[in-house]
Design a protein. Structure first.
Length: 116
């Protein structure tokens, strides 16, 4: 079982930056693919970014490419999402997810609000 705890959300003006963190419990963090998803009010949850177990491969939604960067520190059991040039449409609850072949474990989410 893996527990995921997100932090780093908040209120920021358009054009600003935030860094989200997701701390994972368990000894097998380094074997998990990690990802960030988000859900805006009235919308379905959507994929934002993903990173392979060893950090060698990263994946991004088109809407965040060039602005967001996912990274991980397996020694700290933590995955990060650096978000730059934030837009009001980035406003959502951001969720961390983990799994070996799919995303089986989910955090509780952290709110990101971008004001215009």
């Amino acid at each position: 079982q893996v527990q995921l705890v997100e932090s780093g959300g908040g209120l920021v003006q358009a054009g600003g930056s935030l860094r989200l963190s997701c701390a994972a419990s368990g000894r097998t963090f380094s074997t998990y693919v990690m990802g960030w998803f988000r859900q805006a009010p009235g919308k379905e949850r959507e994929f934002v970014a993903g990173i392979s177990a060893n950090g060698g491969s990263t994946y991004y939604a088109e809407s965040v490419k060039g602005r967001f960067t996912i990274s991980r520190d397996n020694a700290k059991n933590t995955v990060y999402l650096q978000m730059n040039s934030l837009k009001p449409e980035d406003t959502a609850v951001y969720y961390c997810a983990a799994g070996e072949r799919g995303y089986n474990y989910w955090g509780q989410g952290t709110q990101v609000t971008v004001s215009s």
